[in-house]
Design a protein around this ligand. Structure first.
Ligand code: MG
Ligand code: ZN
Length: 260
């Protein structure tokens, strides 16, 4: 089982990571970059109450998140203005904007992987002032939302997996990771459970933290992105300590000497 494999690769102890591995970061969106699950807020505010029965089927493992979201979004009845109003009221992790500046400065590839919807994620990230590959969507892997009058239709461009995921975070990580790269995953929920098995370093809170602890999956608890940045800060420090080579090209990405 992948959990076993992960334990072998990254035991519970604070064993240092291999020196100067290249970092690549994947983050969940809802409840991780935002303080609330945006899809849940949209459903609570704008959908027929039947959405809760669908949610219950998902929580009980009867359906995957893909089927869950497809059926739930079809229960929304709202104008685009009403939808935007809900989205614009969602608070962000207060440390996210400066965390994003940190990863850009350090040239650490940063991807958002989300069961949530591209339209919603992009609108919120724009409010957070993100630029670069996240702004143009190249580093965003999410479900797709089509808005037509008062109806919403969901589709799932990254759902090719056996779990029934809306966006298969594990598959995206497997596809994008490079040899010798150290994959960092940051998340908070049940939909992140397959992703953690593909990660070398896991930052977890809320449901995901409980899930990892129950299964003995190595993880670091965090509350905000300031905590994550404090741990990953050693990446920048590690690079800074390397002897400067005049005329040499700048490193392509930050390296990490140790994360404890
Ligand atoms: Mg989440
Ligand atoms: Zn999956």
């Amino acid at each position: 089982m992948a959990t076993e494999r992960q334990r072998e690769r990254f035991p519970y102890s604070t064993t240092p990571l291999r020196p100067y591995s290249t970092l690549i970061i994947f983050s969940d969106f809802d409840g991780t970059i935002t303080q609330q699950d945006v899809t849940d807020r949209i459903l609570e505010e704008l959908a027929h109450p039947l959405w809760r029965e669908v949610e219950d089927e998902w929580v009980r493992g009867l359906i995957g998140s893909r089927e869950c979201l497809e059926r739930q979004m079809a229960l929304v009845d709202a104008s685009p203005e009403e939808l935007n109003e809900v989205i614009d009221a969602i608070p962000l992790d207060p440390a996210f904007a400066s965390f994003y500046q940190f990863v850009e400065r350090e040239k650490i590839p940063f991807y958002v992987v989300s069961d949530g919807f591209d339209y919603v994620v992009s609108r919120i990230l724009k409010r957070a002032g993100v630029g670069g590959e996240l702004e143009n969507g190249r580093h965003l892997y999410a479900s797709h939302l089509e808005i037509s009058g008062r109806r919403l239709a969901a589709s799932f461009p990254h759902s090719d997996c056996e779990h029934g995921c809306a966006t298969c975070k594990a598959t995206v990580i497997k596809r994008l990771r490079r040899e010798r790269s150290r994959v960092v995953f940051i998340g908070d929920g049940f939909s992140d459970r397959f992703a953690v098995e593909e990660a070398d370093v896991v930052f977890a809170k809320k449901q995901l933290l409980g899930y990892c602890r129950r299964r003995n999956i190595a993880c670091r608890a965090f509350e905000t992105f300031a905590d994550v940045q404090a741990k990953l800060g050693s990446a920048a420090a590690g690079r800074g300590k390397k002897p400067s080579r005049q005329g040499a090209k700048a490193p392509r990405a930050a390296t990490v000497s140790r994360i404890e």
